[in-house]
Design a binder for this molecule. Structure first.
Ligand SMILES: CC(C)(COP(=O)(O)OP(=O)(O)OC[C@H]1O[C@@H](n2cnc3c(N)ncnc32)[C@H](O)[C@@H]1OP(=O)(O)O)[C@@H](O)C(=O)NCCC(=O)NCCS
Length: 156
């Protein structure tokens, strides 16, 4: 099967954070950001697979800083690692104050997606072509996380 470059599936979503995104303390609700993380990651995964994908797991989501109403958030998703039928996607969340122009790295997440056929059975994925040092670094780190995930799954 022909490989696909990381750059071929990379996905960027930007969205303004409006009052309907607020939590009771007046900042952006973390769940709204989580949904966008899953959406951006899922599109990158589906682009790599050129198939429907499901979220198998989310290892962790870190919220480094709050996001405020009025900020524009940008989610950058790229495929880090491809197994036989599953792939790890990393998503970086940045928030921009459009008045000052200040951009903060507010969050990061690693998600695993599985590509499915019409019968909802996992399907084999094209291998990932790593082009840059950054691609290779992310791939090595993702391979370690996959080992930990598989080891954890065995014990549950
Ligand atoms: C994800 C799912 C398809 C895996 O099915 P399965 O029967 O475990 O399939 P397999 O054992 O063949 O595993 C398929 C791949 O998924 C990986 N995988 C399975 N469960 C996983 C998990 N919890 N975390 C990370 N990877 C996982 C396996 O390691 C394997 O990867 P590989 O082919 O790259 O080696 C199945 O659990 C499912 O449909 N879950 C529901 C998904 C969903 O609805 N998500 C939205 C939630 S609302």
């Amino acid at each position: 099967m022909e490989g696909k470059k990381v750059s071929e599936s990379r996905m960027i979503i930007a969205q303004a954070m409006n009052p309907e995104n607020a939590n009771p303390s007046g900042n952006v609700h973390g769940g709204d950001i989580m949904k966008l993380i899953d959406t951006a990651g899922g599109i990158a995964a589906a682009r790599h697979a050129r198939a429907h994908v499901v979220t198998a797991s989310i290892d962790r989501i870190d919220f480094h800083h709050p996001v405020y109403i009025g900020d524009v958030i940008t989610l950058k998703a790229s495929v880090n690692y491809v197994g036989r039928t599953s792939m790890e996607v990393g998503v970086r969340v940045e928030a921009e104050n459009v008045i000052t122009g200040q951009v903060r790295h507010t969050g990061s997440a690693f998600l695993t997606f599985v590509a499915l056929d019409a019968q909802k059975k996992p399907i084999q994925l094209p291998p990932l072509i790593l082009e840059t040092d950054e691609d290779r670094h992310r791939n090595q780190e993702a391979a370690k996380r996959r080992q930990m995930r598989l080891a954890e799954k065995k014990t549950t």
